[in-house]
Write a protein that binds this ligand. Structure first.
Ligand code: ZN
Length: 208
């Protein structure tokens, strides 16, 4: 469609979820932050691996089990090497897996902070009348889609709501209420701006 601007937003959550641990040194529940390091214990053929967290108050450590008493033959050498070298992308994959962390510890803190890299894929900003925003996420975020869009486009959430009701905004391949749910990778949002007086400002914000 002519007048449509296609933009990719590559979104990287900034702060990993923090387990709420009963810290025996502080004597109470404290949030623990990811240290960015694994601990691997190779005892003969059996291997254990943990991701290390530290108390935000006293630095006491808490070990999150990645696997326990695994047979060495069942572990890919590349995975073992990544664990032993604290490979940052492997740390990130585990650290941001809020579902697995919650199932392990029960209570966690989550943070909506993200960094966003915006890349124009197709179209000319000066004659854009519609936006197509494709979201990429390198890890899960609790940030709601409407908060993300409102913050990045410089508009109110109530205006987004009105656009959605008038079908000027559609979240492609996601059902109703997608605006109120966390942003996810693979989402695409289409916004018709043809009737908006401040179109140029919105387009410029969308392009970053
Ligand atoms: Zn503590």
């Amino acid at each position: 469609m002519s007048g449509q601007l296609r933009i990719r937003w590559a979104i990287a959550p900034k702060i990993a979820p923090r387990p709420l641990v009963n810290c025996n040194r502080c004597g109470g529940i404290r949030p623990y932050r990811c240290s960015g390091r694994f601990r691997v214990n190779a005892n003969g053929k059996r291997i254990d691996a943990w991701l290390i967290y530290r108390c935000t108050d006293c630095d006491n450590s808490w070990n999150r089990t990645i696997f326990e008493r695994c047979n060495r033959r069942d572990i890919e050498p590349a995975l073992l090497a990544a664990l032993e070298s604290n490979d940052p992308s492997l740390v990130r994959r585990h650290a941001f897996d809020a579902v697995a962390l919650r199932s392990r510890i029960g209570r966690i803190e989550e943070f909506p902070d993200v960094t966003i890299r915006k890349e124009l894929l197709d179209g000319r900003p000066e004659c854009a009348t519609a936006l197509w925003l494709a979201l990429r996420l390198d890890a899960a975020t609790p940030l709601r889609l409407d908060r993300l869009l409102a913050g990045e486009l410089g508009i109110s959430r109530s205006r987004l709501q009105v656009w959605e009701e008038r079908r000027l905004l559609t979240v492609v391949s996601d059902g109703a209420r997608a605006l109120r749910r966390p942003a996810r990778g693979g989402m695409a949002i289409r916004i018709d701006l043809s009737g908006e007086a401040d179109r140029d400002a919105i387009v410029s914000a969308a392009c970053g």
